[in-house]
Design a protein around this ligand. Structure first.
Ligand code: NAG
Ligand code: NAG
Ligand code: NAG
Ligand code: NAG
Length: 458
């Protein structure tokens, strides 16, 4: 396998690339509808008048020379056609409306829905939370039709990569599609494995449709590594921000690739626990939530108090690096992997943004699941993790679709696992009940795949 550019070189390249695309969109704004030739001619005159402009122009020309096929950012966001000519459809902007035809399946009849997410089986009595449909502004998500999707996905391989929220979406997709399969025994895990929280790989085959739906656990997407020699005592292991996950070779031939990461980029998940514990620890909600510890977002003046897993780039430890900076570096590594290793003519690539959680209280450790969706997003529609994902994808040279699920989840204070899990003593306002919100992520994913039909799912 081709080795990846070192983290330092890559991040430098990333910065230059970002600058190019900023400059490019700056010029785009100026010319508004005129052709590119117009820019060259009229700006030639201006070059002499300002060194700043000539500097920018040189970069732009260089950019156009190096990346002549640069496509405007909007092309990375294919969405279903708008219903009317006035309002534009952004499938991730909208509201939840009551719909008695939901839910789309019964978790108790789906062998791939893990017990921990089957809230009804775990004693939840109210069911209204299963009866909400996402209604994007100015358009509609096509009604889910399992049979139609199964036929469309015939012979394909769908791969989810990420943390437990990714596993939830994987389970949801299998349960949704199983409603269109007559012989339930024809759907099986390829190694006969049961779903567990720490398993590295799960692959489910729909044999009548020659379809594979796989899940790979890779909570950081980049590689954990051993403690470097001569490092401070508190360093027990590292997270190598410039090295992509070493099983990534197994994802290259996927037809659909869906990534997520975010919930593990916290101080409590990294610095306060040891490497071995990271691999073994249950994904308990109390340490899962980014928003619970806002101090992790800005500085690590107290970093010396902690020990455990620290960031590494190339040969050097980055002891004081904030988690958001590290996340950005890891995503740059991910972006470089996609750009170099994935043939996006064949593979549709998606990245899901941060899945809103609903912890409350002064220490943000209280979890009150409501009976109805909340009417306000209360700031949960934004997340620094999501902002970074959107920024990195916008600057990529190949088409990748951001599944921006943060805003829609923000209203669903009614849809979390709460105490209706396999471990009721630990309330959970991070994970979602199944059926539930992750089904909507899949409905959107299917509609995006169908709308990209001609180009991506040949
Ligand atoms: C789901 O299926 C189980 C077992 O077949 C059944 O007992 C339960 O009532 C069903 N739940 C719903 C909401 O239909
Ligand atoms: C779409 O257009 C049809 C017919 O013009 C209308 O009945 C329907 O309500 C519209 N749907 C949305 C989501 O605007
Ligand atoms: C992808 O498709 C484009 C246009 O059809 C083609 O120019 C390009 O070479 C293809 N890339 C690969 C890696 O096949
Ligand atoms: C999608 O692909 C199928 C063939 O695989 C084709 O018949 C259909 O016209 C394509 N387009 C749409 C929008 O479904």
């Amino acid at each position: 396998m081709k080795s990846m550019a070192s983290g330092f070189n890559w991040s430098l390249f990333g910065h230059i690339r970002s600058m190019f695309s900023d400059i490019f969109s700056f010029f785009n704004k100026i010319i508004k509808g005129h052709g590119k030739f117009w820019v060259f001619k009229s700006f030639n005159g201006l070059v002499a008048s300002g060194s700043l402009i000539s500097f920018l122009l040189a970069f732009t020309l260089g950019y156009l020379y190096l990346f002549p096929k640069f496509q405007p950012v909007t092309e990375s966001y294919p969405v279903p056609k708008s219903n009317n000519s006035v309002g534009e459809c952004n499938i991730f902007e909208g509201r939840w409306i009551r719909d008695e035809s939901y839910p789309l399946y019964n978790s108790s009849q789906c062998p791939f829905a893990e017990r921990g997410f089957n809230c009804l089986a775990n004693g939840r009595k109210d069911r209204v939370y299963t009866k909400w449909r996402w209604k994007p502004k100015n358009c509609d998500i096509p009604r889910f039709n399992a049979r139609r999707i199964l036929e469309k996905l015939h012979g394909k391989r769908v791969v989810f990569v990420g943390d437990s929220l990714s596993r939830t979406q994987w389970e949801s997709m299998i349960c949704m599609l199983m409603t269109g399969v007559d012989d339930k025994k024809s759907v099986y895990e390829v190694n006969g494995n049961q779903i567990t929280k720490r398993i590295r790989f799960l692959g489910v085959r729909f044999s009548s449709f020659d379809l594979r739906i796989d899940f790979y656990r890779s909570v950081f997407l980049v590689q954990p590594g051993p403690m470097p020699r001569r490092s401070p005592k508190r360093v027990k292991s590292t997270l190598r921000l410039d090295k992509f996950d070493d099983i990534s070779n197994e994802w290259i031939d996927a037809d659909v690739l869906i990534f997520n990461s975010g919930h593990w980029w916290t101080r409590s998940k990294l610095f306060e626990i040891l490497y071995d514990e990271i691999l073994r620890e249950e994904e308990v909600s109390s340490v899962l939530d980014f928003s619970r510890d806002p101090s992790t977002l800005t500085s690590f003046s107290t970093v010396e108090l902690y020990r455990g897993c620290y960031f590494q780039v190339g040969g050097s430890l980055k002891l004081g690096m904030p988690t958001t900076t590290a996340f950005r570096a890891a995503l740059d590594t991910w972006a470089s992997w996609v750009e170099n290793m994935i043939n996006t003519n064949r593979t549709s690539v998606f990245f899901r943004t941060f899945e809103s959680s609903h912890w409350s209280g002064r220490n943000r450790n209280s979890c009150k699941v409501t009976r109805r969706p909340s009417s306000e997003s209360k700031g949960r529609d934004r997340s620094p993790i999501s902002d970074i994902i959107i920024k990195v994808v916008k600057r990529m040279a190949v088409p990748v679709t951001v599944m921006h699920v943060t805003p829609m989840g923000a209203f669903r204070s009614d849809a979390h696992v709460g105490t209706w899990s396999d471990n009721p003593s630990v309330p959970d306002c991070s994970h979602w009940c199944l059926p539930g919100v992750p089904d909507t992520w899949n409905e959107i994913l299917f509609s995006l795949l169908l709308s990209k039909n001609e180009t991506s799912l040949r």
